[in-house]
Design a protein around this ligand. Structure first.
Ligand code: KIV
Length: 283
C-alpha cells in the first residue's frame, strides 16, 4: 500500500536534514504524473490564477475557482500531500468565514492549506485550523497577496534586521502550529539562518539552497508559461515548443488529408457496408 506523505513525513525529513520536493499542479493528469514521479507535496497554488487562467495577478481568483482545481488535483494524487492555497481575502474577513472556506477545501480533497502572512488575526486563523485538524503551511518573505502593500516584487530579508523580523514571524507561525513555511524571494544566507533557527521545515521559493524543501510552479518547471521567468525558476522542459510543434503538425495533417489515417477511423463490417449501400441505393 502507498504510504501517504503526512505532516510527520515532513517533520522527519527536517529532523534528518533531508530534502523534499514541492510542485504546483492545477489539473488531474498533471497531478497524477507529478505524484507518480515522487513529488512529495502537490500545491494547488493561487499562481494558477496567472499561469492557468490568464489573470494578471493572483488577487483575481476566488474560492469557487480554487475549489474546482483542488478537486481535480486531489483525484489524481495517491501518495503526495495535497495542499491548497487559500486565495486572496478568503481567510481575512473573519474567523468563521475563514474556517468555512478552509473546511470546504478539505472536503474537496486538500490534506492541508497554505495561508500567507503573520498578523495576530492570521495567527488566530492558523491556530483554529490546526485545532480543527487542518494542517497549515505558512508563507513569509514576499507574499504575493500583499503585492500592493509591499509595493512590488521586492526581495525580502535583505538586512540583518529584516532577516530577524522574518525569523520572529516564522517563530510565531511555528507556535501557532504550522507544519512548514514557504520563504519566498529571500536571500539564501537569510533563509539559511531562518531555517537553522526553526523546528519546522522551510520551503524555498527563490530562497536558496538551505531550506528543507524547494517549490516551483510546474508551468515554469515544464517551460509551459512563457510570459516571464522568475530568476529562481529552472526550465526542465520546453512544453511551449512541444505544444506549438504538435499543434502545427496536427494543423498541417488535417489540412492535407493526413489525419485521420486508415488506422484511426471506425469501419463497418462487410455486411454492414452492404446494408448501407442497399439503403443508400448505391447497389
Ligand atoms: O501560488 C503558488 O504557486 C505559490 C508557490 C509558488 C509557493 O504560492
Amino acid at each position: 500500500m502507498i504510504k501517504k506523505v503526512s505532516v510527520n513525513t515532513i517533520q522527519k525529513i527536517k529532523n534528518n536534514g533531508e530534502k523534499f520536493s514541492v510542485l504546483t499542479a492545477y489539473d488531474y493528469s498533471t497531478a497524477k504524473y507529478l505524484d507518480e514521479a515522487g513529488i512529495d507535496i502537490i500545491l494547488i497554488g493561487d499562481s494558477l490564477a496567472m499561469v492557468a487562467l490568464g489573470y494578471d495577478t493572483t488577487h483575481k481568483i476566488g474560492v469557487d475557482e480554487m475549489s474546482i482545481f483542488t478537486k481535480a488535483v486531489a483525484r489524481g494524487v495517491s501518495r503526495a500531500m495535497v495542499v491548497t492555497d487559500m486565495p486572496f481575502m478568503s481567510y481575512n474577513i473573519d474567523i468563521e468565514s475563514a474556517l468555512t472556506n478552509v473546511c470546504n477545501m478539505v472536503k474537496y480533497g486538500a490534506n492541508a492549506v497554505k495561508i500567507e502572512g503573520c498578523s495576530d488575526y492570521i495567527l488566530q486563523v492558523i491556530k483554529r485550523c490546526v485545532e480543527s485538524g487542518v494542517p497549515v503551511m505558512g508563507h513569509l518573505g514576499f507574499t504575493p497577496q500583499f503585492l500592493n502593500t509591499i509595493g512590488g516584487y521586492n526581495i525580502q530579508g535583505k538586512s540583518y534586521d529584516a532577516t530577524l523580523s522574518i525569523l520572529e514571524q516564522a517563530k510565531k507561525l511555528e507556535e501557532a502550529g504550522v507544519f512548514s513555511i514557504v520563504l519566498e524571494m529571500v536571500p539564501e544566507e537569510s533563509a539559511k539562518y531562518i531555517t537553522e533557527n526553526l523546528k519546522v521545515a522551510t520551503i524555498s521559493c527563490g530562497a536558496g539552497r538551505y531550506c528543507t524543501g524547494q517549490v516551483m510552479v510546474s508551468d515554469d518547471m515544464l517551460g509551459k508559461f512563457s510570459e516571464f521567468k522568475p530568476k529562481f525558476a529552472r526550465k526542465y522542459g520546453d512544453m511551449r515548443s512541444l505544444i506549438l510543434d504538435c499543434a502545427k503538425q496536427y494543423d498541417y495533417d488535417v489540412k492535407h488529408g493526413l489525419y485521420p489515417s486508415d488506422d484511426e477511423v471506425f469501419k463497418l463490417s462487410e455486411d454492414e457496408l452492404k446494408q448501407l449501400k442497399i439503403h443508400s441505393g448505391t447497389i
